[in-house]
Design a protein around this ligand. Structure first.
Ligand SMILES: C[S@@+](CC[C@H](N)C(=O)[O-])C[C@H]1O[C@@H](n2cnc3c(N)ncnc32)[C@H](O)[C@@H]1O
Length: 112
């Protein structure tokens, strides 16, 4: 499994950020609608969604990823709720948009 340290590097890579930003930009602006990123890693998609006007949340099975996502959110805002959870134990709250890229190297899948 890909670790938080490698992900820190990946998040800084232009191609990685650009690919995810393009995926998020395919959807209309959020205007307060909700977005859940499943397998959020250190939280890039959730941050991009929040920047596009969504109330974003992220869940990830790996506690280290959630710690890193929370650290980045604290340092750079905006406020995003990150929770440890797996695909089969998601929080009960619904979301207008759900994205998931739970396998390392998988593309981002978005359902709206
Ligand atoms: C490719 S990363 C996702 C990237 C992330 N969306 C971002 O914004 O950078 C895959 C993440 O999925 C998580 N993951 C893998 N299997 C999972 C599962 N069954 N439930 C929840 N998270 C999972 C991994 O811990 C890893 O952090």
């Amino acid at each position: 499994m890909i670790g938080p340290a490698l992900f820190g590097w990946l998040h800084g890579a232009d191609f990685y950020r650009a690919t995810h930003a393009e995926a998020v930009a395919l959807l209309p602006t959020g205007q307060g609608r909700t977005w859940l990123d499943v397998g959020c890693g250190p939280g890039l998609v959730a941050r991009l969604a929040a920047a596009r006007g969504y109330t974003a949340r992220g869940v990830d099975a790996a506690p280290g990823m959630i710690r890193k996502a929370r650290r980045i959110a604290r340092a750079h805002g905006p406020a995003i709720e990150y929770t440890i959870a797996t695909l089969d134990s998601l929080p009960a709250a619904s979301a207008d948009v759900v994205s998931a890229g739970p396998g390392a190297g998988d593309p981002v899948h978005v359902c709206a």
